[in-house]
Design a protein around this ligand. Structure first.
Ligand code: SF4
Length: 303
């Protein structure tokens, strides 16, 4: 394959990872993200992460890469930073990127911002799916967990706008944080709001520890320190550079999400949990089946 500059195969470290996504490409219009989520994973490997900056000459480089990417490929926007991070309202870089990608490709947007609803005109004409992350409906808790992101109620409104225009919507209940958002009531509130707003699929996972995200969580929630040390370092396990909570805890909690999803008629999958047997038949974990009309085997192209 010729060298690709900014539109790259998703998850190059998938070998040996727990990713169950179909083969897809990914492009990040920004480096870094201003949502400043305490649990963010990307901040551990990108310098100065919480100061987002647009990629230089992005559209020119994307156009060059697209010449080598088969039409109809799934392209994720984006995986290492939010495509609707704060400067996007002024710069409209993601909007222009979507215009370019959506001509010949399937677009999967993943965001925590209600700003995505601004681009409903492009997304509703494209083969697209939009995943919106909501971790809690508690506005105060969300402000502490995701201080730079719009409140959950605004994200839910964005789901309504998109689904009302025919854009398939996925809820990312991701991550679930032990002791903060893992009780059935909290899970149910998020799923019910998303379902009413037209979401059709839920993908979920349990928070995984990296040293920097754990430090931020403990600084904000000092009472959680001993619980998290026990759960992640004494009882949990290390997988591909992350500390995971114990499998029985993850299984128990994700089964609650699955039950609540099914009660509401939503399909369900997990993300990098090694619990594929919980996934519903006929779905891609990331919800891209909603944009392409069916499931693709993990790692396979869909064409
Ligand atoms: S929105 Fe995503 S990329 Fe941005 S800070 Fe939060 S977790 Fe990190």
């Amino acid at each position: 394959m010729p060298r690709l500059y900014v539109v790259r195969p998703f998850d190059p470290w998938r070998r040996g990872s727990l990713c169950t996504c179909p083969f897809k490409y990914t492009v990040n219009p920004y480096t870094g993200c201003g949502h400043r989520c305490l649990y963010c994973y990307a901040s551990s490997y990108i310098r100065d992460f919480f100061h987002p900056r647009p990629k230089e000459r992005l559209l020119e480089r994307v156009a060059r890469d697209l010449a080598h990417i088969p039409p109809g490929s799934i392209i994720n926007v984006s995986s290492s930073s939010d495509p609707y991070t704060p400067p996007e309202d002024r710069l409209m870089l993601t909007r222009r990127l979507l215009g370019l990608l959506s001509k010949r490709h399937v677009v999967e947007v993943v965001t925590k911002s209600s700003l995505v609803a601004r681009d409903v005109d492009i997304l509703s004409k494209a083969r697209s799916v939009v995943s919106i992350t909501v971790t809690t409906m508690d506005k105060g808790l969300a402000r502490r967990l995701e201080p730079g992101a719009p409140p959950p109620q605004e994200r839910i409104r964005a789901m309504s706008v998109l689904s009302g225009s025919g854009v398939p919507v996925v809820l990312r209940l991701d991550p679930i944080l032990p002791g903060l958002t893992d009780d059935r009531r909290s899970i149910r509130e998020v799923l019910e709001a998303a379902s009413l707003a037209g979401a059709r699929h839920v993908v979920s996972s349990i928070y995984k520890v990296k040293p920097d995200n754990l430090a931020r969580i403990i600084r904000e929630f000092p009472d959680l320190e001993s619980k998290y040390r026990r759960l992640y370092f004494e009882e949990g396990e290390r997988i591909h550079g992350y500390r995971y909570a114990p499998r029985d805890y993850r299984l128990r909690t994700l089964r609650i999400v699955r039950e609540e999803a099914h009660r509401l008629g939503l399909t369900f999958a997990t993300c990098r949990e090694g619990l594929v047997f919980l996934h519903d038949e006929g779905v891609n974990c990331d919800g891209t089946h909603l944009a392409i009309g069916g499931r693709v085997k993990p790692g396979s192209p869909h064409r």
